[in-house]
Structures are given as structure tokens and as C-alpha cells.
Design a protein around this ligand. Structure first.
Ligand SMILES: NC(=O)c1ccc[n+]([C@@H]2O[C@H](COP(=O)([O-])OP(=O)(O)OC[C@H]3O[C@@H](n4cnc5c(N)ncnc54)[C@H](OP(=O)(O)O)[C@@H]3O)[C@@H](O)[C@H]2O)c1
Length: 241
């Protein structure tokens, strides 16, 4: 399978490239061709140094996306619209994966209209610091917004929001995580389920249609708050049942 990772030069993109580059044809997408090629060479070196297969190239985002089977949007929420303007002209048959989380830090302790929390003055700064919250897009979630911006007929699957980049790119770490998946096409979701199963011992969990994506996007600030407040690192999710 040919997988384009848009923003593959960044934190989470590196992890996908290292995991999938062993089994698939991965193209790192970037706004700069030289940066994409340098990162592809770096990731190839990491894999080859461990005696692993590596099939990783670097290209401009639109070239990477043009003949891919799967396109991963590994970019921040605020950059999505500008990136889609670049790659939409080449999207037609690809399955697009959104890992995007609209999230802010330290801004939402008190929502407009809510009753202010009575936190003692001496304690208030500590209470507010390092607090992460989900910033709900007007469409309901990042995935619903992205789906509305994609060309007609291009299927979007939302997944991987709850995997920390540091763990994904550390090949020594065992990834016994559950990954929630949302999408409207079972055919596209099955492709993503297989990509999840390709990564160590990750397990795909079907959450429902794209309209359910806010539920999995919200997991990221939840997990970060748990990590910060309870002195845990790279917290993940495992469903028991
Ligand atoms: N980090 C995590 O642990 C994690 C986990 C799960 C999901 N996510 C989600 O994954 C997405 C990417 O996160 P990340 O931490 O990997 O991001 P990141 O490293 O900050 O950025 C990813 C890439 O975005 C591109 N970029 C930077 N500024 C841009 C701009 N102004 N316009 C267009 N592209 C720009 C850069 O690629 P070029 O400069 O090469 O173009 C950069 O390498 C986010 O939506 C995040 O919510 C992250």
C-alpha cells in the first residue's frame, strides 16, 4: 500500500513513517521538498540501522498525496484548511485519515457563562497550569470539518488521536493500545483497521460514523490532563470487555 503522510516531517508523522515504512511504501509530505527528503533519509537510516526494511521517500505534500492509496493528515488543526487547498486538487480515490485534535492549553478553565470555580488565590495558578481542553469546531469535530472540505467521494476516517508521538516513534516501546476509529465507509475503515494491526500490538476499535469523531478527539486532552496531574507519561487507552 502507498501511504502519504502530510506533515510527515513532524512528531506524529515520524512515528507513522517508522512503523509503516517497514511494510508499506511511505511518502513523507512537506511544504518543502528538501525537508521531506532529509526526513525520509533520516527515518530510513533509523530503520536500516536496526536491520529493518525501509521504503520511505520524501516529496512536496501534493505530489505525495497524488498517487497514494492512503493520505494521513498529520498536521495541526489550525493548518488543515491551508493544506487541503494544496492537496484537494489531487484527491479523488484516496482514503484520507485525520489524526487531528483541536486542542488548547490553559485557556478553558472557566467557560463563558459558566459559574466561576472558587479556587483559593494562592492555589489558582497551579490549578490552571498545564490544563488541556478540547476546542469544539463549529462543525462538531475536526473530522466533520475536514470531511466537509474534502472533494466529493473522498472518504475520511478519523483515528490515532490517542497515540502519543513519542511512543509511536520509539521502536523499543510495546504499543498495547486501543485505537478508536470513526468513518462512514466500512471499506475505508477496514483499510485503517489493517494499518492499526500493522503496528505492534495495537487494536482497532470501531466507534461509529464520522459524526462520532469528537468522542475520540476529546480523548487526547483527557489523557494529557491525566498524565500531567498524576505524574504519568504517554497515557493510552485499553477497553476491557
Ligand atoms: N504529537 C502527538 O503526540 C499527537 C498524537 C496524536 C495526534 N496528534 C495530532 O497530529 C497532528 C500533528 O501533530 P504534530 O505534533 O505531529 O505536529 P507538528 O510536529 O507541530 O507539525 C506537523 C507538521 O506540520 C507542518 N506545518 C507546520 N506549520 C505549518 C503551517 N503553517 N502550515 C502547514 N503545515 C505546517 C510541518 O511540516 P512541514 O514544515 O514539513 O510542511 C510539521 O512538520 C495534530 O493535529 C495533532 O493534534 C498529535
Amino acid at each position: 500500500m502507498k501511504i502519504a503522510i502530510i506533515g510527515g516531517t513532524g512528531s506524529i508523522g515520524k512515528g507513522f513513517a517508522l512503523r509503516w515504512g517497514q511494510k508499506h511504501e511511505v511518502v513523507i509530505g512537506s511544504r518543502e521538498q528538501e525537508k521531506a527528503r532529509a526526513k525520509a533519509a533520516e527515518y530510513t537510516y533509523i530503520l536500516k540501522d536496526r536491520g529493518l526494511n525501509a521504503n520511505i521517500k520524501g516529496e512536496l505534500n501534493a505530489i505525495a498525496a497524488s498517487d497514494a492509496d492512503v493520505v494521513v493528515l498529520a498536521i495541526r488543526y489550525t493548518k488543515v484548511a491551508s493544506i487541503l487547498e494544496q492537496i484537494n486538487p489531487v484527491l479523488n480515490k484516496q482514503v484520507v485519515i485525520s489524526v487531528v485534535v483541536p486542542m488548547e492549553k490553559d485557556v478553558c478553565m472557566i467557560y463563558p457563562g459558566s459559574i466561576p470555580l472558587e479556587v483559593p488565590a494562592s492555589d489558582s495558578e497551579d490549578y490552571k497550569s498545564d490544563y488541556f481542553c478540547y476546542v469544539t469546531p463549529s462543525a462538531g469535530s475536526a473530522a466533520q470539518e475536514i470531511a466537509s472540505l474534502l472533494p466529493k467521494g473522498v472518504e475520511l476516517v478519523s483515528a490515532f488521536q490517542n497515540v502519543p508521538a513519542a511512543k509511536l516513534s520509539n521502536l523499543d516501546i510495546h504499543l498495547d493500545y486501543d485505537i478508536g476509529v470513526c468513518g462512514n465507509s466500512m471499506y475505508s475503515k477496514n483499510i485503517v483497521f489493517d494499518l492499526i494491526r500493522n503496528i505492534d500490538s495495537m487494536r482497532p476499535i470501531d466507534i461509529g460514523p464520522i459524526d462520532a469523531s469528537s468522542m475520540i478527539e476529546c480523548l487526547t486532552p483527557l489523557l494529557l490532563n491525566i498524565a500531567v496531574r498524576n505524574k504519568m507519561r504517554d497515557v493510552g487507552i485499553k477497553f476491557i470487555g
